[in-house]
Design a protein around this ligand. Structure first.
Ligand SMILES: Cc1ncc(COP(=O)(O)O)c(C=O)c1O
Length: 386
């Protein structure tokens, strides 16, 4: 009998240590998901919506529209609404199962083994994991005040070389909530044009920002704008998003498509309703999110050794630095978890600085933020290294 060879892992993926008491991260997430009393500050999702989007999806379900395949490239009404939301008239939209699939397709279609993709640390790891499957990655440390807790044009110039092919701008940035000025984006665009680079502008959190700009307007034909329905639209579980770029780029990316029979039709109905009604609910959701982050700031300001690296945050999440209190963020998230508050330790978004901060998202009802504001100081005092 011949020995069966064990398969080897062809791709590297950022490993997650399952939380205390769990064999796998999936078991943990399933438990958290099922717990209806959990305060949901761990995933940057949005729990502040009324019924408009839900009703549109319910009527799609009721009429059993889901028994048909959707048009493979999505409803043209939806693609047009996305373009209008971004204010682009010279681009095309490729709908995908969440922004996540768009991120993957961009890497697969555009990155070659000799190319390097530049990202920031902290940042959103899955982008680097995808890039690493097709080329090389370089993380630039940005957790400091001098660079404003973001990848700057200067840092890009210092870190790029002849192999650099793509630059990832997450704007606003998960986990810190830092964002770009129009001037900075213009400078990134100049660098991209001079050096023939792609700019991947992930604007998943754009609608929580006080002001937001789009680099597509300054580097058309070289920009990939990544658009999600998971955050301001509160549709994370529906898995719908898109990549928006010039026709030439979208044509290249389309050839990499996996989800060839189209994106979930219920999600598309929800997304259309969400975009058409955005002006009715967006202001209120933003207002609640601003109030909530102010409450967290007031709480944090009272505690020694704890601070917010970026305030105000332009996203629906922020990092709370607890290194001055000598606290391991993992102990802190475990402590809060036992009190039914789900938050994320820094290692989910940083190799280099993950031991310094806890990430909390705040697009949830203010009453729940008030519970966090009561529990958080107690947690710090319980865990503080004396
Ligand atoms: C920067 C960033 N991009 C993309 C995503 C994933 O978006 P989607 O749910 O649309 O796949 C996230 C999720 O947290 C994110 O933080």
């Amino acid at each position: 009998m011949t020995d069966i060879k064990h398969p080897v892992k062809k791709f590297k993926k950022t490993e997650r240590v399952p939380p205390e008491g769990y064999d796998s991260s999936n078991d943990f997430f399933e438990d958290v998901f099922m717990d209806k009393d959990m305060i949901w500050m761990g995933q940057n999702t949005n729990h502040l919506h009324g019924d408009i989007i839900a009703d549109a999806m319910a009527s799609c379900v009721k009429e059993k529209e889901y028994s048909k395949y959707p048009p493979p490239e999505g409803f043209s009404e939806l693609r047009q609404l996305i373009l209008e939301d971004l204010g682009f008239d010279n681009c095309e939209v490729l709908l995908t199962a969440g922004a996540t699939e768009s991120l993957y397709l961009c890497m697969q279609a555009l990155i070659e083994p000799e190319d390097t993709v530049i990202l920031s640390d902290p940042g959103y790891f899955i982008i680097g994991d995808f890039a690493n499957r097709f080329g090389n990655i370089k993380y630039v440390p940005i957790y400091n005040e001098e660079c404003g807790y973001k990848l700057t044009p200067e840092l890009l110039r210092e870190n790029m070389d002849d192999t650099t092919k793509m630059v990832i701008l997450i704007d606003p940035l998960n986990p810190l909530g830092s964002s770009y000025t129009e001037e900075e984006l213009k400078e990134f665009a100049e660098i991209a044009i001079e050096n023939d680079l792609y700019l991947l502008h992930d604007v998943t959190y754009k609608d929580f920002a006080r002001e937001h700009f789009l680099v597509e307007n300054y580097a058309p034909g070289q920009t990939l704008t990544i658009y999600s329905f998971s955050k301001i639209f509160g549709m994370a579980g529906l898995r719908i998003g898109s990549v928006v770029a010039s026709k030439e780029l979208i044509d290249v990316i389309k050839n990499a498509v996996v989800n060839d029979l189209g994106v979930n039709i219920i999600a598309q109905y929800g997304a259309i309703a969400g975009l058409k009604s955005k002006s009715q609910w967006e202001g209120e959701i933003r207002e609640i999110a601003f109030t909530n982050q102010r409450l967290i700031k007031e709480t944090v300001d009272e505690i020694d050794g704890v601070f917010l690296p970026v305030y105000p945050s332009d996203a629906n999440m922020m990092a709370i630095d607890v290194s001055g209190a000598g606290i391991n963020p993992k102990d802190l998230s475990n402590y809060l978890f036992k009190r039914k508050i789900f938050a994320r330790e820094g290692e989910y978004t940083s190799e280099l600085f993950g031991d310094r901060y806890l990430r909390v998202s705040f697009s949830i009802p203010t009453e729940e933020i008030e519970i966090f504001c009561e529990e958080f100081p107690k947690a710090i005092e319980a865990l503080r290294q004396k």
